[in-house]
Write a new protein. Structure first.
Length: 165
């Protein structure tokens, strides 16, 4: 079974036009940009709901096993910036796609736990994400080389994606 799946592997060099989408608006505030890209790439607020961001900011000292505590004023500024651009606040097309995919019941704090993320990556075998140059699903920029600019159309050509057909 496994060899059958691996046999279907091919190198993805370009994406179909149907894949094309406009970039997500990024965060412009320089302080928030710096603080929230200290440990990982700067994620775009349009990918999570207001409720999810509020939940995350309610305890930055316990941030996915890390301590991301910020001075109170900076934390407030960062939260405001994320709320203003949240999936259910922003009028951007990309935000609407994320909110449309949300079921309204669960409030994932991870972009990688949203149904939109799952849907867009469902054909990539789990082992691809575990490769040395990727490591984690949340390491968007290892595959989407312009992810920090909000652009997810462009996918690295040197990664051999393994698709489940
Ligand atoms: C001290 C380091 C650190 C800082 C600072 C930090 N983070 Fe994180 N963040 C992490 C770690 C570690 C993870 C979990 C990575 C993983 O396991 O995928 C994470 C995960 C996330 C995720 C979920 C990614 C996914 O799986 O979809 C989001 C969203 C996120 N951080 C937002 C923020 C925001 C917003 C800020 C700024 C307030 C911030 N982070 C600051 C360390 C940090
Ligand atoms: C293993 C490499 C890899 C990683 C890591 C990865 N992606 Fe992707 N992503 C892809 C591929 C390949 C596609 C295209 C899927 C298709 O066309 O069916 C894609 C598609 C997407 C799309 C759809 C783009 C569109 O305009 O329709 C979005 C949005 C996206 N990814 C966001 C993310 C985010 C956010 C992260 C990190 C939290 C991430 N991806 C991590 C490989 C990856």
């Amino acid at each position: 079974m496994r060899s059958l799946i691996l046999g279907a592997a091919f190198v993805l060099s370009s994406l179909s036009p149907a894949f094309a989408g406009s970039p997500f608006p990024t965060i412009s505030d320089p302080v928030v940009r710096a603080e929230c890209s200290d440990c990982h790439m700067l994620y775009q607020p349009e990918m999570l709901t207001k409720q999810a961001w509020a939940k995350m900011f309610a305890d930055l000292s316990n941030h996915f096993g890390d301590d991301a505590t910020l001075p109170a004023e900076t934390a407030k500024l960062a939260l405001d910036v994320h709320l203003a651009q949240a999936a259910d606040v922003s009028t951007h097309r990309q935000a609407k796609r994320f909110i449309k995919a949300a079921d309204g019941k669960s409030v994932p704090m991870r972009i990688t736990d949203t149904s939109r993320f799952a849907h867009k990556h469902e054909r990539i075998l789990p082992e691809v994400f575990k490769r040395k140059q990727i490591g984690l699903k949340s390491n968007c920029i290892s595959c989407h080389l312009k992810a920090d600019k909000g652009d997810y159309d462009f996918v690295a050509k040197n990664i051999k994606y393994i698709w489940v057909e």
